[in-house]
Design a binder for this molecule. Sequence first.
Ligand SMILES: [Zn+2]
Length: 411
Amino acid sequence: MTRKDFLKSFAAAPVLSSAARAQAAAKPCPPWQPGGLDIHHISTGRGNSTLFITPDGTSMMVDAGATSASLQYTITPKPSGARRPGEWLGRYAQRHLRAAGRDEIDYFVLTHLHGDHMGDVTPDQPMSKLGGYRLTGVSDVAEIVPIRRILDRGYPDYTYPSKQSNGAALNYIEFVKTQQKHGAVAERFRAGSAQQIRLLRKPSEFSNFSVRNLAVNGEVWTGVGDTTRHHFPALETLKPEDYPSENMCCLALRLSYGAFDYYTGGDLPSGIHDGAPAWRDIESPVARVAGPVEVAVLNHHGYTDTTGADYVSSLRPRVFLLLAWDSAHPAISSLQRIYSQSLYPGPRDVFATALKAENKIANKGLANLKSDDGHILVRVAPGGQEFRILILDNTSESDLVKAEFGPYPCG
Ligand SMILES: [Zn+2]
C-alpha cells in the first residue's frame, strides 16, 4: 500500500446528516472564490460538458455535447426541451462565470469529434449569424459566451486517421474556421505538453497549478519531460478498416492543483473485443502515465468497452464521476471494476450526472452511488489540500445545492 492509499483509507468522507442536507438544499450554489478550483460536470441528459474555473479565474470548458439520440435510450433533456442542449450549457457557463467576475471561456477543449461531445446536427437547428454552420453543442455555447482558444485533436486539417466526413464534424470544423476569423485561436492539442493550457491571469500566484496533456491520436506522454511515444502502429501498416476509431483518438489530460489531481479522457476505450490486437487498448497506457488521482472521470460514460482493470488500478481515485444519460451508461462490468477492492483497496465514492431508470433495474450495483441525478461540482479548496462534491439541481436554472459530500483530503 502506498502512502497515498494509506492516508486515503482513513479519509472516509462523512456524508452530511439529513438536517445538514436540508440546510444545504435551501441555498443556491455559493460562487467560485479566488484561489479555489471549481469543476462543474453539467447534466443536460444530452452529452458531456465540463466547466472549469481555475484558481486565478482562467476558464476552460471540456466538451459541449448535444446528442440527437432517441429518448427511447436516453433520459429526458434537462432542465427541459425548451432550449437546445448547447443553449443550456452556454447559459450555465455564463451564470457561473459571471458570478466569478468572468465573461469568456479562455479554453474550449474538444476530446473528439462526436455529437455527444460537440453537438450533433439536425435540420431544425438555426444557422449561426456568423457563418455556414448550425447552432448545436459548442457552437451554441459560443453564441452565449465568447470562446478565446479552441484545442482539439484534428486542427488544422482534420485528416488523422482519415478525413472527417460526417455532418456533425464538418459543422464543427466550419465553426472553428469562423471563430478564427473573428479572433479566436485554434490549435491542435499537443500530447506531453504542460504549457499549452496554462493560467492566463495570475500564474505566478499559483505555480502549484498545471494541466498535463496526456495523449491525443494515440500519442501518449512518457512521464519524462514533455516526451511522447506512438501507441498506434503507423497507418501505412494498417488496412483502412483497421484504423484507430474516433474514440481511440480522444485526447486526455490531468489537471493538478496542490495535492489535488483530476483525470479526464473523453471516450478512450480499452478495446475488449475478442481477438483485437493489444494496441487497440489505449485506455490502459494513458491511465498508467496519469498515475493516481483524487477524482477520475470514467472514460466513454462507463460503457462496456472501457473502464478496464488497468484504468481502475492506475488512477485509483477517491471519487469516480460518471457522465451519463443513456441506458447503457454504465456497463455492469465497469461498475463492478470501479468498486473492486482487488484492483485497489480503500473507500471510493461514485457520482453520476444522470441514470436511465432501465439501467438501474438491470444494474443493481447502481444503488451504491452517492448521487445519480444533477450537476456535479467538484470544489477544490484554495491551495488544493481538500475538496468537496456539491450536487446541483438540474431541473431548473436555480443551481440549488441538493447535497454536499466531503471534505475529502488530497494527496
Ligand atoms: Zn461519448
